[in-house]
Write a protein that binds this ligand. Structure first.
Ligand code: ATP
Length: 717
């Protein structure tokens, strides 16, 4: 009781302080806005714009400058107030979720730290500590007794006397409990009990110990997380980004971080997490988009790529392009490329401006003992100065100088930004040069972009050298071709500007090919990686196992740490037990965190109308199919069906139909697996598909089949 009263009082104190701060900050903002408008009005009215003479000019500029500075300061004040107000508003619904009482082994009283999604100070007291602050680590470590944490590079030994969790709604303390009293984590279970939403939610209040280690790991360059379905891999990387942006705020900004996500739908799914934690979203790309952006070329569409990677067979050429061996071969192909001619002419409007032979001659004059990449860079320099010389020569000639003199006033403004002021031969030469530079701007761009090279030909030659077979280029560059094309570009033509990125976070890493992992390692030499995935979910024909992923990084002397996550948070115990049985490893146990829940239902369908009857009584269900074609067929069928819904609020929109490839990474309350029949699921790859599909379900899982249930799910029969 004493505890409860003290906690109630503390909450009231913090809540009052938050409300007060909200009021004050809102007022500051409103005032700031009106004084901002006032300052602008003054600037327009009071500052007399007098440009009559030199002295007046100076005076007017000085006044404008002063006003500008005032406005800048006001803006800064406004920005700070707005960001503080956002922090306060984030805390109002739940001021904090945790508390640790820490003994510093000194004479002083033990200290209590309340942990929330932000920090909050009232005058000189820290009422709430940010979940990312050093001391908050003690809360997540979830131990009582002797412990330690790191702050400012120093290890601080402490003892933890108490670890408390709270359920708070605004000024109401609904519930709290201490870890050493409750074995079960009520707060976690309550959080997990929530229904699936369209967007991923932050897990700040209930981050678990094994996840916290990954979130806060600043020591390792390459972090590889092998986590079972629903173990919080995606949640962990989102929390980790928020943690990095906070802890390393002096060293990195959001522009130094890149997330590589599996598909566009998934990017939408993540979009809300970081803003809800008060952080901006970093650049978020799919692998395909990264390639298209870096190569500045159109690539096969996302749908085409997914269609290709879900096929059961992979052609020989693609297999080579995806292999680590071929990527290594390309990386070391300097000598092969040296002996060939990859130059092409530079043209403008189909007129040849620089001949391929001219470029080849320049290449021939570069040092033979330099690498291919160095020689190409040297050609680029030569080309630029050759082009400058050519323009200069033309500018000296009468023809271009006459053109300058013939320009109308509007054209003079357009090309030079002012009218011709001097018509001396020297000035005319300068004007002519500027005119030429603008007229032939495309040439400069072509030189800078290395458009005088033929990387596609390099790819074809390297393939031939590696396999002894001719290369068959696809009509539109495929993702697999583009991966090698970017490797060639980065290695021999131009270093990617991405090389400056500091943190790369890759989700669903098991779906990357060895060549893609190889390129990731080459592209981001200065970056630290967090790669998360689950080999049991490697359902595509593009995939790499974790040992190979680790080895690719280790081969370049990068230190790799592997974390395993075995606790599964998403699905009910019954669903978790189902996908546990679908893992390839026998000695491997997935730990369900949620209670058992509803039994997994298995239903035989004779006709599709049986399915219609079942869907008509369900409030909301996500139907997962094996292929896109099956999903398309079923969607068409569903919308053509006359259905009598059991509940008048239910509509056809309550049923979502998705192929496994797109359901990946997402979660749904009730999953219905369509057509788990023997004819549909037999192979090892199919087993992974079943694992992936079933693990999307949170509360309910219904498995349907025609004729005979696949042997892979016989354990449910
Ligand atoms: N510590 C946690 N507290 C509360 N919820 C959690 C926690 N960890 C994970 N979850 C929840 O579990 C679900 C699965 O998390 P997440 O999608 O991050 O897992 P995953 O390992 O990426 O899954 P998968 O590989 O199966 O797609 C989400 O609903 C997430 O909010």
């Amino acid at each position: 009781m004493v505890n409860t009263q003290a906690e109630e009082q503390y909450l009231q104190k913090v809540y009052r302080a938050l409300k007060k701060a909200e009021g004050q900050l809102s007022e500051t903002l409103a005032k700031g806005q009106s004084s901002g408008i006032l300052a602008l009005q003054e600037m327009a009215g009071d500052v007399r714009l007098n440009f009559d003479n030199f002295a007046d000019n100076l005076d007017t500029f000085a006044q404008l400058e002063m006003k500008n500075r005032e406005i800048d300061q006001l803006n800064l004040k406004q920005k700070t107030a707005a960001s503080k107000l956002a922090q306060v508003r984030r805390l109002l619904p739940q001021a904090y979720f945790g508390k640790v009482v820490v003994d510093y082994f000194d004479e002083e009283e033990k200290q209590s730290f309340y942990i929330g999604v932000n920090s909050f100070n009232d005058e000189n007291e820290n009422l709430v500590y940010d979940w990312r602050s050093p001391v908050a680590e003690l809360f997540y470590n979830n131990v009582l007794g002797p412990s330690a944490y790191w702050a400012n590079g120093k290890k601080i030994p402490v003892a933890i006397d108490l670890r408390r969790q709270f359920v708070i709604s605004y000024d109401r303390l609904k519930h709290y409990f201490d870890t050493h009293i409750a074995i079960e984590d009520d707060v976690l279970l309550a959080a997990l009990g929530n229904s699936a939403s369209q967007q991923m939610q932050a897990i700040t209040a209930t981050i678990q110990k094994e996840q916290n280690v990954i979130i806060r790991d600043l020591d390792h360059e390459i972090i590889l997380v092998n986590g079972v379905a629903g173990s919080g891999k995606t949640s962990t990387i989102m929390q980790r980004i928020a943690y990095l942006l906070y802890s390393l705020r002096q060293e990195i900004s959001v522009d130094d971080v890149l997330i590589l996500a599996p598909n566009d739908k998934f990017i939408q799914y993540l979009a809300h997490v970081l803003p809800s934690l008060g952080e901006k979203n970093p650049r978020n790309l799919t692998w395909r988009k990264l390639l298209a952006w870096q190569l500045d070329q159109p690539l096969e569409s996302e749908i085409d790529y997914f269609t290709r990677i879900t096929k059961s067979e992979v052609d020989k050429q693609t297999t080579v392009l995806r292999s680590q061996k071929f990527a290594e071969f390309v990386d070391n192909a300097s000598d092969i490329l040296q002996n060939k001619n990859y130059f092409q002419k530079i043209t403008v409007k189909q007129k040849v401006i620089i001949k391929a032979e001219t470029i080849a001659e320049m290449f021939a004059t570069t040092p033979k003992d330099a690498t291919f990449g160095q020689r190409i860079q040297s050609v680029a320099v030569k080309l630029r100065s050759y082009w400058q010389r050519r323009l200069l020569k033309q500018a000296q000639g009468k023809a271009w100088q006459d053109r300058v003199l013939a320009l109308s006033e509007t054209q003079q403004q357009k090309y030079f930004g002012h009218l011709l002021q001097d018509e001396s031969p020297k000035a005319l030469k300068k004007y002519a040069l500027r005119l030429l530079q603008q007229k032939y701007h495309e040439i400069e761009v072509a030189i800078t972009n290395f458009s005088w090279l033929q990387p596609a030909q390099m790819l074809a030659d390297l393939y031939l050298a590696y396999t002894g077979e001719r290369y068959q280029a696809a009509e539109v560059l495929t993702v697999d071709e583009a991966t090698i094309a970017l490797l060639i570009q980065h290695r021999f033509i131009k270093t990617s500007p991405l090389a400056t990125m500091k943190y790369i976070l890759v989700d669903e890493v098991q779906d990357y090919t060895p060549a893609q992992i190889f390129l990731l390692n080459q592209l981001f030499t200065n970056a630290r990686f967090t790669l998360v995935g689950d080999y049991n979910q490697a359902i595509f024909n593009s995939q790499t196992d974790f040992t190979t992923i680790g080895a690719i990084f280790k081969a370049t002397k990068r230190e790799v740490i592997v974390y395993d996550l075995l606790n599964s948070y998403r699905s009910s115990g019954a669903i978790t037990a189902t996908f546990q049985q679908l893992t390839a490893q026998v000695d491997f146990t997935i730990v369900p965190v949620r209670p058992k829940g509803k039994k997994v239902a298995v239903k035989k369908l004779v006709k599709l109308t049986d399915l219609a009857r079942f869907l008509a009584i369900e409030k909301s269900v996500t139907v997962i199919t094996k292929t896109q074609a099956e999903a398309d067929y079923l969607t068409q069928w569903w919308y053509d069906q006359p259905i009598m819904f059991a509940n008048e609020n239910t509509t056809k929109e309550n049923v979502t139909i998705l192929p496994i490839s797109l359901a990946k990474g997402l979660e749904f309350d009730h999953v219905l697996l369509y057509n788990a029949s023997t004819e549909n699921y037999t192979t090892e790859q199919d087993r992974k598909m079943l694992y992936t599909a079933t693990s999307r379900g949170m509360q309910e899982l219904t498995i349907t089949y025609f004729e005979e249930l696949t042997p892979l799910l016989q354990f449910l029969a």
